[in-house]
Design a protein around this ligand. Structure first.
Ligand code: ADP
Ligand code: MG
Length: 695
């Protein structure tokens, strides 16, 4: 038998079941079946007794003997087989509705059996239908496997006689005639981490002989999964780093120096300085830079971007900044003009809404090299935009740009430009380690001085009078307040009603004309929204009742309180973004999370996390732990979601170990010449990895 052999030839399978296995599980070969791993095990050594059974649907194992076999006809061709099962503490009735003939032939009275299944109380009598049966020797010495694997199955599989037990019988045959399973990991690694050989691991993951061997088998297979993920990433990274030449920006010149000494509005934070240094080191290394810059909202990424762009200018190149929306692009443009005031630097804004003539003009000046810094939306990467000498591209808010869009940047210059991607949505550390192997990732982990952390509290409906009283105090002290309601598309009608009810309640408590209230939600036109936002911004209204439309881009430093209604309905990153709307000016700021009285464990944990920390990274980690990686944007192509055994949160030590192992291995032997096994793997996965050209 070979791993590549068709499953159909395995004993107990046959053409019909083979078809079901293929369509339901994608299992076609012996190797595929070996890779269909149990999701739990039944420990046969943990025996229940009839006297101690609970009616809770648990799968149990009992040991005893059968008596009183009886067949009752229930139809023309149907019959039911029953028998009593006695284990010394009580009696349980076993029932079969199908396959009765076969069972009756096999079942011997007065011999010891193990039975397994889910008992149920039926008219005061314990019953178990279609139990798993297994004869045991009378002296009780059961030399067989102590653990039984339990596999995922589907309804369709069960209908074809491929329930979890049937599948287990098939895998038992399989491991009893284990085909050769070639080792994939180099000897040195197996020895260093004391990993089980691959063949043994496959045997033990299906039929572990003990808890310890199961742990070892799991560790080995998880290690392998993570190791090859790391190898793919790090190898591709290394290829890119060695293959992609980059412009050398070694010069620090007048643009940078003059800005630094004349224009810098405040001293840089330590983190900003460090990141600029990291970027500069990259840009003068001779290799093309591909760096991810992570930093919480308000950590000062824009300034870092600007100063890196000045370095490009100092080396005779142009730079561009790409933002996800026109609003953000023009905001950046205004910021740049303000910061660069007085310096002889040409900055332009290119967005889709410019008139054709304006666009043409900008493109022409860009191609001639007259414009040094260009800011815009994805209009920047349209085919007809030609740069004179593009040296650096900064992308704000990474996740909104697809990989394909980014790869178009490479066509914009003879030599690929350096790329800096900025994001305020932190990637949890374990993920970053997996995806980037900690390479080319910069972090601004320090907020500018003077920012006071936002105090966050959890309050229930019963506390509302006190909450409103507090809002009143803040407003009377000259501050402004946000009250945010969830608005989920599926329940939009209900949510809108909540919003309007909320508005009414607020207006009752905060009567006009003394208090003025604005309301903004997604159903309003852009002008209506803008109008209300401006009123709030100018301080004409005190309270902004809104849905999450205010999540991005609103900046009202005088607003010091963020009340989030039904906070249990928001995700962690959304809560974090919302909270980021306050605490931007002077004055202590507050975030109040209103929830219903009883919360699901998951919601409770989210609220607890929010109250405990304002660190975006900690929040991202908690988010990953609570939701799993499936919901995190941009991970679909990463391979992380395909992991069968390893869990990038729970298995952080292994993530770390594999990352370090791969790194050391590639440092010592970049072409893997001593590791034919690994080379083979690389050849195999090369095609899948093309997209990773840009991180
Ligand atoms: P983000 O990282 O969210 O893009 P910004 O770059 O918009 O943050 O910066 C947020 C605010 O902090 C801006 O008003 C900016 O002027 C200010 N800022 C940036 N760096 C510093 C600094 N080193 N010291 C004080 N304020 C700073
Ligand atoms: Mg920003």
């Amino acid at each position: 038998m070979q791993l590549s052999d068709d499953i159909v030839y395995l004993k107990g399978v046959g053409p019909q079941r083979a078809k079901v296995l293929a369509t339901e599980l994608g299992v076609r070969t012996i190797g595929d079946l070996l890779d269909h791993l149990p999701y739990r095990y039944i420990d046969r050594s943990v025996m229940s007794t009839v006297a101690s059974l609970q009616d809770d649907g648990q799968y149990v194992v009992l040991r005893g003997q059968v008596t009183h076999l009886q067949t009752v006809a229930t139809g023309k061709f149907r019959e039911r087989l029953t028998c009593d099962f006695f284990d010394g503490t009580g009696t349980l009735q076993l029932v079969w509705f199908a396959g009765t003939k076969w069972v009756r032939e096999k079942l011997k009275p007065n011999t010891p059996y193990l039975i397994m299944g889910r008992p149920a109380l039926y008219n005061g009598q314990w019953q178990m239908s279609h139990p798993e049966l297994e004869a045991v020797s009378s002296d009780g010495d059961d030399s067989r496997q102590p653990f039984l694997p339990v596999y995922n199955t589907t309804e369709k599989m069960k209908a074809s006689g491929l329930g979890t037990r049937a599948l287990a019988r098939i895998t038992e045959t399989l491991v009893a005639n284990m085909p050769p399973i070639p080792e994939t990991l180099p000897d040195s690694i197996l020895q260093h981490y004391r990993l089980m050989p691959r063949r043994e691991a496959y045997f033990n993951i299906h039929y572990p002989s003990s808890d310890q061997t199961l742990d070892q088998a799991r560790k080995r297979l998880k290690f392998e999964e993570l190791f090859f993920l790391q190898l793919d990433y790090q190898y591709a990274h290394l290829q890119r780093a060695t293959a992609s030449q980059g412009r050398v920006f070694s010069h620090v010149g007048e643009h940078f120096n003059r800005f630094y000494s004349e224009c810098l509005p405040f001293p840089l934070t330590g983190a900003q300085k460090r990141v600029i240094r990291e970027v500069h080191d990259d840009m003068r290394s001779g290799r093309q830079m591909n760096r991810l810059l992570q930093g919480d909202v308000g950590s000062g990424k824009t300034l870092v971007a600007l100063m890196c762009m000045l370095l490009a200018l100092d080396n005779g190149c142009q730079a561009c900044l790409m933002a996800p929306t026109e609003i953000l692009a023009s905001q950046h443009h205004a910021t740049f003009l303000r910061l660069l005031d007085g310096l002889p630097i040409e900055v332009e804004l290119l967005t889709g809404s410019l008139r054709a003539a304006q666009k043409r003009k900008i493109k022409q000046r860009l191609a001639e090299g007259e414009i040094q810094i260009l800011i815009g939306t994805h209009a920047l990467i349209e085919d007809d935009v030609d740069f004179h000498s593009l040296g650096l591209v900064v992308i704000d808010e990474q996740h909104r740009f697809g990989v394909q869009q980014r790869s178009r940047l490479w066509t914009k210059a003879a030599m690929p430009p350096h790329i800096l991607v900025m994001t305020a949505t932190p990637i949890p550390r374990t993920l970053a380690m997996t995806l980037y192997g900690d390479l080319d990732c910069s972090v601004i982990d320090e907020l500018p001085p003077g920012r006071q952390p936002v105090h966050t509290y959890h309050r229930l409906e019963a506390n509302r009078p006190r909450v409103f009283h507090f809002l009143k105090q803040q407003i009377d002290a000259g501050r402004q307040v946000y009250i945010v309601y969830p608005l989920i598309e599926e329940s939009e009608k209900m949510d809108l009603k909540n919003l309007y009810d909320g508005l009414e309640m607020v207006q009752n408590y905060f009567p006009r004309p003394q208090y003025q209230t604005s309301m903004v939600h997604g159903r309003l036109t852009a002008e209506e929204k803008e109008h209300e936002m401006q009123r709030f911004k100018r301080g004409e209204t005190h309270i902004m009742v809104a849905t999450t439309v205010i999540e991005v881009g609103v900046d009202v430093p005088n607003a010091t309180v963020m009340v989030i209604e039904n906070a249990e309905r928001f995700g962690l990153s959304q809560l974090h973004q919302l909270r980021g709307r306050v605490g931007r000016g002077g004055g202590q700021s507050y975030c109040i999370l209103m929830t219903k009285d009883t919360l699901a464990a998951n919601s409770k944990e989210r609220i607890r996390t929010m109250c405990a920390t304002s660190d975006g990274f900690k929040i991202a980690e908690a988010d990953l732990r609570l939701r799993g990686p499936g919901d995190i944007q941009g991970l679909q192509q990463s391979g992380i979601l395909d992991l069968k055994l390893a869990d990038i949160v729970d298995d952080e030590p292994l993530v770390r170990a594999t990352r370090d192992t791969v790194r050391d291995l590639l440092i010592a032997d970049p072409s893997l010449s001593q590791y034919p096994l690994l080379q083979k793997h690389i050849e195999h996965s090369r095609n899948k990895m093309l997209w990773s050209k840009i991180s």
